[in-house]
Design a protein around this ligand. Structure first.
Ligand SMILES: Nc1ncnc2c1ncn2[C@@H]1O[C@H](COP(=O)(O)OP(=O)(O)OP(=O)(O)O)[C@@H](O)[C@H]1O
Ligand SMILES: [Mg+2]
Length: 274
């Protein structure tokens, strides 16, 4: 892939076909096949881990229809993406500081109308990302789960993609479906994995290997070049995560020494290596 046409310029019926923008390697979509695997938890705490390393980080709540980053961070935003889309607020006004030393652009809960994206909303979202991205070292898009057109469109706005997967068979099967669709419709050849809720050390490697084997067998033979899955890290299951979510606080802030917090700090370290 040598050129990367802008998703907004893709044909009307083929928006999900837009190849990822290779010019935006610092924009990373955090997505998953199955829902509820930990994308929002990972997005927020990974952002805090990157910020702790001196990086300027923005998390955009890209799950427009079912946004809940504000709930996890205990924020009550007066200004959301909706206000930017409707011209009621400017983009700088909507970029809010979050606990943990990073910034957020929140969708808020009033964005049900965006569960089906019109071409207008697609264009606005892309404009927002284009405008805000140069001001940050990392932009994380916390997307919805699955392979709906909305999810695939938001993922297409990122140069990198991180698929969150748990070792559960249903999560693995759904992650495979996501990887296959991203490879075939967006030309993705390098996909990062974060294996969440592991129960023993090394389970992340086993999950990556299992998924790579299936991709090698069923997807790669159909492509011009093979898809490579990279394990960015594994995060163990720990009751501390649920406690932090229930208290609406960042795990990295309230329990930074716990195994999942340390695991996310090492994922951040890996992201700092060019
Ligand atoms: N490593 C972990 N250990 C224990 N519990 C976890 C872990 N990761 C996530 N969870 C639990 O899973 C719940 C769901 O996480 P989260 O909301 O981040 O998932 P999601 O993928 O963003 O969901 P959705 O698809 O609905 O957006 C958390 O509230 C937490 O209780
Ligand atoms: Mg979520």
């Amino acid at each position: 892939m040598t050129s990367a046409p802008s998703p907004a310029n893709a044909s009307a019926n083929g928006l999900a076909m837009a190849p990822p923008s290779i010019a935006k390697p610092h924009i990373m979509a955090i997505t998953s096949g199955k829902g509820g695997v930990g994308k929002t938890f990972v997005s927020a705490n990974l952002a805090a881990a990157l910020a702790r390393n001196g990086r300027r980080v923005l998390v955009l709540d890209a799950d427009l229809g079912l946004a809940n980053l504000d709930v996890v961070l205990n924020l009550f935003p007066k200004i959301t993406l909706h206000d930017v889309f409707t011209g009621k607020a400017t983009l700088p006004e909507a970029v809010l500081p979050a606990p943990g030393g990073f910034y957020v652009l929140l969708a808020g809960s009033g964005m049900v109308e965006y569960s089906r994206m019109t071409p207008e909303v697609r264009e606005k979202l892309q404009q927002v990302i284009d405008e805000v991205a140069p001001r940050f070292d990392h932009v994380l898009l916390d997307t919805g789960a699955g392979i709906s057109e909305v999810v695939l469109y938001t993922v297409s706005l990122a140069g990198q993609v991180l698929v969150v997967v748990t070792p559960e068979p249903t999560s693995l099967t759904d992650a495979y479906a996501t990887i296959k669709v991203l490879a075939t419709t967006q030309g993705r050849r390098h996909i990062r994995l974060l294996v969440n809720q592991t129960r023993r050390a090394g389970e992340g490697r086993a999950v990556r290997q299992q998924l790579q084997q299936v991709v090698d067998r069923y997807v790669n033979p159909t492509l011009d070049s093979p898809v490579r899955l990279e394990l960015l890290g594994e995060v163990p299951t720990d009751p501390a995560v649920r406690d932090a979510v229930l208290r609406r606080q960042l795990l990295l802030e309230i329990l930074p020494g716990t195994p999942p917090a340390l695991a996310l700090l090492s994922v951040a370290q890996r992201m700092l290596v060019p």
